[in-house]
Design a protein around this ligand. Structure first.
Ligand code: URA
Length: 289
């Protein structure tokens, strides 16, 4: 039967598996980088499509291929939206630590020594913040990506360049804005942070907002909006609406807008983002100190 099907299909006439024109090595590498694949797992390339048996079971005399070390989150992810009980101790210790930080420098130093979040051990460095701590406006994203992990600064990659252009449309730049993320370490391979990791990092970003004490807080994208503004609604519904963010010592005007990375993929939403930015500019004018 198989032979019959094979003789019926003229293999030479099948469409090629590789798109035409075939991508260059540079384009392929750019694609991998974009997808978060940015490190080699072994010195030698392995063709996993060639002979599955050979790859699955190397001969006893062959040295085993070095296995990729897959960084594990501190605890297993709970179902989406739920927080497992296991990291309670880490969350409590994050709360206690963050509360005691009297300044941004102290908070940064605390995070450098905090060991309750496993992301710290897979990230290259802490990505604490950028911009002006005296700024009247603070932007908060989700978590650093590859470029941010290398430089130790938030929003320096492609989406960061777009964020700079967004900020420029309301006459600001990084010397007049403060930028941070809910999660200060890059999740491996840019995976979505687990709810537990988010809960562990939350007290630190909350304290950071309290210490910066901006007049306007802007959450970028769904994860940071849902986490900081305590809503389950999606960004399509929450964006562009003014909400109150309570630091514990003051109520700050807060607004959500689209994440620049999302805008890079869906440029048609830039129009709505522009409306949000106009609203933000107006709010800043109205609260001129
Ligand atoms: N995306 C984020 O949410 N934060 C960054 O710092 C970079 C990309």
């Amino acid at each position: 039967m198989a032979q019959c099907i094979l003789s019926w299909i003229d293999v030479a006439k099948l469409p090629p598996m590789t798109p035409e024109p075939a991508p260059t090595i540079k384009q392929l590498l750019a694609f991998y980088l974009e997808a978060g694949v940015d490190c080699a797992l072994a010195d030698e390339a392995v063709n996993r499509l060639s002979d599955p048996a050979a790859v699955a079971a190397p001969a006893a005399s062959e040295p085993a291929l070095p296995q990729p070390v897959r960084p594990q989150p501190a605890v297993m992810p709970a179902p989406r939206g739920e927080v497992a009980a296991a990291p309670e101790a880490a969350i409590a210790s994050a709360r206690d630590a963050a509360r005691t930080a009297p300044s941004l420098e102290a908070l940064r130093a605390l995070l450098e020594t905090f060991d309750g979040c496993a992301l710290k051990h897979t990230a290259t460095r802490l990505v604490f913040s950028d911009g002006n701590p005296q700024a009247r406006i603070m932007f908060v994203g989700e978590a650093p990506g590859r470029d941010e992990d290398i430089e130790g600064l938030p929003f320096v990659g492609r989406s960061g360049k777009l964020l700079d252009r967004m900020i420029a449309t309301i006459g600001l730049d990084r010397s007049k804005a403060y930028i941070a993320n809910v999660i200060p370490w890059r999740p491996p391979g840019n995976r979505t942070p687990t709810p537990q990791e988010t809960q562990i990092c939350l007290p630190f970003i909350q304290r950071q907002i309290e210490l910066v004490n901006p007049d306007v807080l802007v959450t970028l994208g769904n994860p940071s909006t849902q986490t900081l503004l305590q809503t389950r609604e999606g960004i399509m519904r929450t964006r562009g609406k003014w909400l109150n963010y309570d630091t514990g010592t003051r109520t700050i005007r807060a607004i959500a807008t689209f994440h620049p990375a999302y805008l890079l993929r869906s440029p048609s939403y830039k129009r709505m983002t522009w409306l949000d930015l106009r609203a933000i500019a107006k709010a800043l004018e109205q609260t001129t100190p």
